[in-house]
Design a binder for this molecule. Sequence first.
Ligand SMILES: C[S@@+](CC[C@H](N)C(=O)[O-])C[C@H]1O[C@@H](n2cnc3c(N)ncnc32)[C@H](O)[C@@H]1O
Length: 209
Amino acid sequence: MVKEEHHYYSKYPDSQLKVFTISESLRRHLFLFKTTTGIFSFRKIDLGTKILIENMTIPEKKSILLDLGCGYGPIGIVLGYYSHDSEIYFIDSNKRAIWCTKENVKLNLPELKNNMHIFSGDYFESLKNKDIKFDIIYMNPPLRKGKKEFFEIFDVLPFYLKKGGLFEFVIRKKMGAPHVYKYLLDKFKNKIKVKCKRSGFWIFQYSFV
Ligand SMILES: C[S@@+](CC[C@H](N)C(=O)[O-])C[C@H]1O[C@@H](n2cnc3c(N)ncnc32)[C@H](O)[C@@H]1O
């Protein structure tokens, strides 16, 4: 029998379960995160995620925000901390990641838990029957699954972004950021821009106009 390979994006990781607590200072506040084996970057926050968090747009006014492919939830939890009145949605297909996100909301934002909406599932699948559009969607995409799957997200963005909404994401130069930029620039022209480049990571911003 061929053993199925398991990755950080497996729905049900089968590695031995171990729980960790990691701490990270993000936008000048110290956060604690529970992580487990079998999820993305469980020993230390990923550098790309950190650079996205440090440079992402955080709305001052009440907004509806989505951390897409949330892992243990660092992007959405920082958003919740700094954009108090906003409704934050988290989605991931990995069940352990979703467990961690729920724990991390309790740990970091206990008073805001009613504004935090956590869904287990395939990208926008769990929002299919909800009438919801976001002001900003954020993502550190699972490019190990291939760029095709990532590019397909752009096909459904018009259904989930408000007019004037943004999609902000990070890609490592070595993982093909210049190629992604060229592809998206050909397709979307001035709707796509590189907000900044830091330590080999490019932060992108797509505007839905
Ligand atoms: C590169 S990791 C980023 C995780 C987290 N946002 C962070 O920055 O630490 C990508 C995440 O996307 C999730 N993912 C992969 N395919 C997915 C899918 N089809 N639907 C939802 N989430 C998915 C993975 O489980 C993983 O947690």
